[in-house]
Design a protein around this ligand. Structure first.
Ligand SMILES: Cc1ncc(COP(=O)(O)O)c(C=O)c1O
Length: 261
C-alpha cells in the first residue's frame, strides 16, 4: 500500500528525491499479523508517533495508517506475516506485508562495539545502516548476528531485537531502556514475568546460563553462543518467555476475533 493505493510491493514507487530514501530520514515500524489480527497495532502506532515527533516528521495520519493496515490484512486473509509501516520525510506512507523470516532455534552472536546516536535515542528511524552493518561484521567473523555493546562494555541489544539473560536459570534480567529501543515484545515479557531491568556488562553475559532475544517478528529466540561462551538453548526462562508471549498473542487474537464477530 502506497498512500492508500493497494499495489504489489515491487510496484510501489518512491521518488528518488524523497529524503526518506536519500538520507534515511523517516520512521518505521514492523509488527506481526497472526491469523488476520495485527498484534500490538496500538503500541506500534504509538511508538511510530513518538519516533515521528522525535525526528520532527509532521502530520502523521493515524487513521490512514490503521485503514491501510486493515486493508492489507483483509487482502492477505488469515496468513501469518509481518507488516512494515514506513513514513518518509517526503510525506509518503507505505504499509507493506512481508514474509516471516526463517529464524533458527538458537542464534550465535558476536560482540560488536556500538555507540548509540544520542539525538535518535529511542526512535525507530529509517537510519538503520549501522545496525545492518553490525550484523555483516558479525557474519564476517562466522557468527549469525551481532550483539551491540558500548565501548565501555555495556550491553545494549541486538540490531533488531531486545536481549534478556539469566545468571542462574532463575533470575531474569534485561538492560534498561537507555540507548535501546522500547521493544513491544520486551514490554510483554517484562509484564508477564518477574524481570530485573538493570545495566548489563559484556562479562555478565559471558558468564550467563541462558540468553534470549525477542522481537515482534522473531518472537522469542534462544541464544546458543556469544563469542566463545555457550548456553543452555533454550533454557527454562527462555521456554517460559515463549509461553508468556504465545499467551499474550492468543489473548489478543481472541479479543480481536470477539470484536469482529
Ligand atoms: C534495535 C531494535 N531493538 C529491539 C527490537 C524489538 O522491538 P519489537 O519487540 O517492538 O519488535 C527491534 C525491532 O525491530 C529493533 O530494531
Amino acid at each position: 500500500m502506497l498512500d492508500g493505493s493497494l499495489l504489489a510491493s515491487s510496484e510501489a514507487v518512491i521518488p528518488a528525491t524523497d529524503e526518506g530514501f536519500l538520507r534515511g530520514d523517516g520512521a518505521f515500524e514492523v509488527l506481526r499479523s497472526y491469523g488476520g489480527h495485527p498484534f500490538g497495532l496500538e503500541e506500534h502506532v504509538q511508538r511510530l508517533l513518538r519516533s515521528a515527533a522525535g525526528i520532527r516528521l509532521p502530520e502523521v495520519d493515524v487513521m490512514a495508517i490503521e485503514r491501510d493496515v486493515a486493508r492489507l490484512v483483509d487482502a492477505r486473509g488469515t496468513d501469518d506475516f509481518s507488516i512494515r509501516i514506513v513514513l518518509t520525510r517526503g510525506g509518503r506512507r507505505l504499509v507493506m506485508s512481508e514474509p516471516l523470516g526463517n529464524y533458527q532455534p538458537a542464534v550465535r552472536l558476536a560482540v560488536v562495539e556500538y555507540q548509540p546516536t544520542l539525538v535518535l535515542d529511542g526512535f525507530k528511524t529509517l537510519s538503520y545502516a549501522a545496525n545492518m552493518l553490525t550484523n555483516r561484521l558479525a557474519k564476517e567473523r562466522g557468527f549469525d548476528e551481532a550483539l551491540l555493546v558500548t565501548p565501555d562494555g555495556e550491553v545494549l541489544e541486538s540490531p533488531t531485537a531486545s536481549v534478556f539473560w539469566s545468571p542462574d536459570g532463575e533470575t531474569l534480567i534485561t538492560p534498561p531502556l537507555d540507548g535501546i529501543l522500547a521493544s513491544i515484545t520486551r514490554a510483554v515479557i517484562v509484564e508477564g514475568m518477574t524481570v530485573e531491568q538493570r545495566a548489563t556488562t559484556r562479562d555478565d553475559l559471558l558468564a550467563a546460563t541462558e540468553v534470549f532475544l525477542c522481537s515482534s517478528v522473531r518472537e522469542v529466540q534462544a541464544v546458543g553462543a556469544i563469542e566463545d561462551a555457550t548456553y543452555d538453548a533454550p533454557g527454562p526462562l527462555t521456554l517460559r518467555a515463549k509461553e508468556v508471549l504465545a499467551a499474550a498473542v492468543q489473548a489478543r487474537v481472541a479479543a480481536g476475533a470477539a470484536k469482529t464477530a
